[in-house]
Design a binder for this molecule. Structure first.
Ligand SMILES: [Zn+2]
Length: 280
């Protein structure tokens, strides 16, 4: 509703509609505010057994006169109106900034791979700021995940509908908890895919010390360890024949596409490879 200017006994006030019960005392305007506890009757029948049911909020009066902001001139009231508009504009501007901050904060979420032993990791995940969605653990940065496998998801689009609520939540943890439904919806297809992979355990065609071509479709896991020679990375890779390959290197790589590699060994249904070289 739009606010209008009204006048009562030479005093101007702004409101959505004209107020009927007004009173001027010492050049100040008061309005009759009916008690919300008793509905203006001053009496609550439910409490008849106690103090004759007199409403304790208004002491039986049913209303109270409250001061109302007024202006002595029309000019004054116009200025007040302008101030109100400016305040509203400022509020909207600040809200927009807050919304952008929330998008920046939450647009990228890191979910702990459900294949990890999250029961055992629970305490640690909590400590590093992860939130439980009912399905997975997640947070909005990669800090302190160490060797825990994570899946990165982008939820920029999904955030749009929740922004009004999210700016009112004060803590990052609170905001993270609020978006758990989004996380569950986004992660379910990924979980389904992970669970549906049937690994190819037939390794007969591969001979130790021979070189083969592999088309790597996915990095199933990548773990980094510190050794006396520096960082060491262990990769478990999946090729387009659903063979699992284990590869160890000192380099942090993004492995995807066609490679040649030499079979070093076969172990527990996976191929241990060395000299992994990308085919260009
Ligand atoms: Zn009352």
């Amino acid at each position: 509703m739009k606010e209008k200017i009204f006048e009562y006994q030479g005093l101007y006030y702004i409101n959505e509609k004209e107020i009927n019960d007004l009173k001027v005392i010492n050049n100040k305007l008061y309005y009759k505010d009916y008690c919300d506890k008793c509905g203006g009757t001053g009496h609550i029948s439910y409490y008849d057994w106690y103090a004759n049911g007199v409403c304790f909020k208004c002491n039986g009066a049913g209303y109270k006169y409250r001061p109302f902001t007024t202006y002595k001139t029309l000019k004054g009231v116009e200025r007040a109106k302008q101030r109100k508009i400016q305040k509203q504009l400022k509020y909207e501007k600040e809200l927009e900034i807050k919304k952008q901050q929330v998008i920046e904060e939450l647009k990228t979420i890191y979910v702990v791979n459900p294949k990890e032993n999250t029961k055992q990791l629970k305490g640690y995940l909590k400590d590093i700021g992860c939130v439980w969605s009912g399905k997975v653990w997640y947070k909005n940065n990669t800090k302190e995940f160490e060797n825990i496998q994570i899946i990165k998801i982008d939820i920029t689009k999904e955030l749009e509908n929740l922004l009004y609520t999210l700016v009112d939540i004060n803590s990052t943890k609170g905001r993270l908890t609020y978006i758990s439904n989004i996380i569950n919806e986004k992660i379910q297809p990924i979980i389904n895919k992970l669970e549906s992979i049937k690994y190819n355990t037939n390794l007969y065609n591969y001979n130790i010390n021979e070189k083969y071509t592999f088309n790597i479709t996915e990095v199933l896991s990548k773990k980094c360890y510190q050794s006396m020679w520096g960082a060491c990375y262990y990769y478990i890779l999946l090729d387009d024949n659903n063979h699992k390959l284990k590869y160890k290197t000192g380099r942090n790589l993004d492995i995807s596409g066609k490679y040649t590699a030499t079979i070093k060994d076969k172990e527990d249904e996976l191929l241990i490879v060395t000299r992994l070289t990308q085919i260009k």
